[in-house]
Design a protein around this ligand. Structure first.
Ligand SMILES: Nc1ncnc2c1ncn2[C@@H]1O[C@H](COP(=O)(O)OP(=O)(O)OP(=O)(O)O)[C@@H](O)[C@H]1O
Ligand SMILES: [Mg+2]
Length: 504
């Protein structure tokens, strides 16, 4: 009887369940999108109950599609949108507020208040992150400060916090009936509260934020048996054995296990992760220091990360908010109808600018408009924005590491776009390489779980599963590349200094 691992990928736009075989190939998939809730400018929420319902449903779909039962599944791995904060009542299992999504900027005033004493890098040496709306910490504080009764309940020990990995794991393992309240080191490193050296919650920072430690999940490694699926669920009694935040999972799924290896994932946003091995490296160029993975009792691996908030979601914005396209791939058709961007640059600073700038005062800008410009140029500029932003992050990685990356492994939904990948190679000046399995996020979570239950015997076996599908070589000449980057950087300056007290 063949055996399989199932990965749950609880993402920003959808939840997926994917069954993998021993070779790391996809056997079946279930996927459901959930509602993106935008109550005000800058606010982004999800309904955590909808996310859990969808998760259960996609597990059912994936099993049914391949005609499998729980007896065929040796372990469950979980990966997730990171930083998104869920706070729920441990006695009822009901969230006290919608999940506040990583893209949400409502907590800027909390950031400013905390930064008044010591600046935005106040906790960076300890946690690897600047103070920013992006991370979970200020979102938890916002819920405790603004939801009626929440602080009192939290102080009484009745509320639990988690990124969606913790939320899904708690529910999967029984919820109010004995659910385990845990997270892994990679997710914990996105809260603002975990000490990078000790891998434990920092009581001092929790106190500054006013977040009771009793709300925080226990921090575990990325690969060990945390508990078993509750008897009420389809996967009952299967071990839950791996958790990695989505970007770290993609790095793991790309088999970038060693120091010096890197990948870039093109989804809702883009996240370039550079493995620094067992060394904690502090960036001088706007990158975050984060956990890469930790396998059981082995030493943790760290990473530098360049986080870009808006890439694929700019294409979704053209589709959903502007109505310029009906589906994401249509953007390729429009862009292909013109030879260049017609002088247009789009800086999608919808949540401010993340890496390498970290400018909360920036907002989106379309610059270079003339009477000549049409929607084809806009489509092209939207795609190019992804490539330019990635180049800036890669430059930061090269500067921090002192060694230039000679190629870039890529994955995620946007790498289906051939023209974008060619432009990416052109703008980077190094080859861009896509693996056969581009669902690396789910694959990484499956690997973490499969290692813990002995389905795979070690990293070597996983490395041999990795196979190249396609490679794009740079073709643009250096002078044109430099010209494009100069104009892009000029466009970026136009998005800055926008937010003030009068701006929504
Ligand atoms: N052909 C295409 N050209 C450009 N962008 C595309 C194309 N196809 C999909 N996309 C974009 O890719 C993104 C989807 O990629 P993916 O499924 O990897 O997202 P994701 O980040 O994993 O989602 P989640 O945030 O839910 O995890 C969407 O934002 C979509 O707009
Ligand atoms: Mg994803």
């Amino acid at each position: 009887m063949s055996q399989y691992v199932i990965a749950i990928d609880q993402g920003t736009t959808s939840s997926r369940a994917i069954v993998f075989d021993h070779d790391g190939n996809i056997v079946s998939t279930g996927q459901l999108e959930h509602e993106q809730i935008f109550p005000k400018a800058g606010w982004v929420e999800h309904d955590a109950a909808e996310i859990w319902n969808n998760t259960r449903e996609v597990i059912g779909t994936a099993l049914a599609q391949a005609n499998l039962t729980r007896h065929d599944i040796v372990g469950v791995g979980i990966t997730n949108q990171r930083e998104t904060a869920v706070v729920w009542d441990k006695n009822t299992g009901v969230p006290v507020y919608n999940a506040i999504v990583w893209q949400d900027t409502r907590t800027q005033s909390i950031v400013d208040e905390l930064a008044a004493d010591g600046g935005v890098e106040r906790f960076k040496a300890k946690v690897g992150l600047p103070l920013a709306t992006y991370f979970s910490g200020t979102k938890i504080k916002w819920i405790l400060d603004n939801v009626e009764g929440a602080r009192a309940k939290a102080e009484a020990g009745d509320l639990l916090f988690g990124n969606t990995d913790s939320w899904v794991t708690w529910n999967l393992t029984g919820g109010t009936d004995g659910g385990v309240h845990i997270t892994d080191v990679t997710n914990a490193s996105r809260t603002m509260f975990m000490d990078l050296e000790t891998l434990s919650w920092d009581e001092e920072i929790l106190a500054v934020f006013g977040v009771p430690k009793s709300m925080m999940p226990a921090i575990k490694s990325s690969s060990e048996v945390y508990g078993h699926v509750h008897t009420s669920q389809l996967l009952r009694e299967v071990p839950v054995a791996g958790i990695l935040g989505d970007q770290q999972a993609a790095t793991f799924g790309q088999a970038a296990f060693e120091a010096g290896e890197a990948k870039n994932t093109y989804g809702t946003g883009c996240f370039l992760i550079f493995n620094t091995g067992e060394e904690i490296v502090h960036s001088k160029n706007g990158l975050l220091t984060t956990l890469g993975y930790k396998l059981g009792d082995a030493a943790p691996h760290y990473a530098l990360e360049g986080s870009i908030a808006v890439t694929g979601s700019l294409i979704q914005w053209l589709r959903d908010n502007i109505g310029m396209i009906q589906s994401a791939p249509e953007v390729e058709t429009l862009a292909a109808a013109v030879e260049n961007n017609g002088g247009v640059y789009i800086v999608p600073a919808f949540s401010g600018l993340f890496a390498p700038y970290w400018r909360a005062d920036a907002r989106g800008a379309i610059v270079g408009l003339t009477r000549f410009v049409n929607k084809n140029h806009i489509a092209r500029a939207a795609l190019e924005a992804t490539a330019f932003q990635t180049r800036e992050v890669l430059d930061a990685v090269n500067a921090d590491s002192g060694v230039d990356l000679t190629e870039l492994k890529v994955d995620g939904g946007m790498v289906a776009n051939d023209a974008l990948m060619q432009f990416q190679a052109d703008i980077l000046g190094v080859p861009v390489i896509r693996p056969k399995v581009t669902e690396t996020t789910a694959l990484g979570a499956a690997y973490a779980a499969g290692l813990a239950v002995g389905f795979w015997n070690g990293l070597g076996e996983l490395s041999s599963n990795w196979a190249e599908d396609k490679r794009w070589e740079p073709q643009m000449d250096a002078a044109e590349r430099d010209r494009q980057m100069r104009l892009w950087k000029k466009a970026v300056t136009k998005s800055m200094d926008w937010v003030d007290e009068d701006v929504l």
